[in-house]
Design a protein around this ligand. Sequence first.
Ligand SMILES: Nc1ncnc2c1ncn2[C@@H]1O[C@H](COP(=O)(O)OP(=O)(O)OP(=O)(O)O)[C@@H](O)[C@H]1O
Length: 306
Amino acid sequence: MEAQVTNTKGKINIVLKNRQQEMEQLQHATIKRDIDPFRHIDQEFAAFIGLEKLKKTIKEIYANVHINQKREAAGLKQEKQVLHMLFEGNPGTGKTTVARKLAAVFHEMNVLDKGHFIEAERADLVGEYIGHTAQKTRALVQRAMGGILFIDEAYSLARGGEKDFGKEAIDTLVKHMEDASNRFILILAGYPREMANFMSLNPGLRSRFPIQLQFPDYKSEQLMDIAKGMLAEKEYQLTKEAEWKLKEIIVQQKSKRTPDFSNARFVRNILEKAIRMQAVRLVRHDHHLSTEELMKVTVADLNAEE
Ligand SMILES: Nc1ncnc2c1ncn2[C@@H]1O[C@H](COP(=O)(O)OP(=O)(O)OP(=O)(O)O)[C@@H](O)[C@H]1O
């Protein structure tokens, strides 16, 4: 009888201990979630190599939104953020891709109502007669409400100087940026030197953009990481030799220091061509192609002439 009681007590003790362990694990998981509120942002931007300042800025914006919600719940004033941005970087450094991604991420964060993305250029804003430009620009801004309006090569708006209708487009944009500052996000993008010149011709314009991001040229190692990411996404893989070859091509191209070197786009173009060449190589085989053969991109594919 005594032995039975001890046995039952032992079982209860084990059950209690397991329960305590479960509770501790649960607590631990909750604490972990609390100390890493940015995990989701890290995941969303994991495919973007480099761009550390951008990632840091998005986390600041997220923190602000989150804390504002808590302030609202506590009956405190909210600090609405103005998020118009300037993106300055050479060709293929990711300006358009990042802007497109931000539209989706900001929608998820409740920063933007709709989260759509409108890419515009000079012809979409500048009209042909007096009044036409303001009307076109206003209509474009209206379409962009709740989303992002991205104007690439923004300096083209100032192309014709003082007498050009481009000036009217800039003035109209500035007016709407202030009137509807929280309802859409304007991103002006372009190459660094041209943007600097454009800003110097329009004093006061730069200061209207609280977020200014530089997109630096990628280092060769970063371009290799971008290449691997692009291939992995498409379910391809470089052989070791092909990796060395691609690195050699990138280093050689970068050393030429041509002003129009197109960074990640240069890499994308090489890979797309190599994938076509791999298909041409494989299509000649009439044996069963293994998964590995279908995935591997070789030096021959990189070297092949179209
Ligand atoms: N950091 C990055 N990580 C992964 N891929 C990138 C990165 N930056 C750019 N890319 C890829 O490079 C390509 C070109 O990028 P994108 O068109 O956004 O450049 P851009 O700066 O807008 O160029 P441009 O000024 O010439 O229009 C895209 O396919 C994009 O996915």
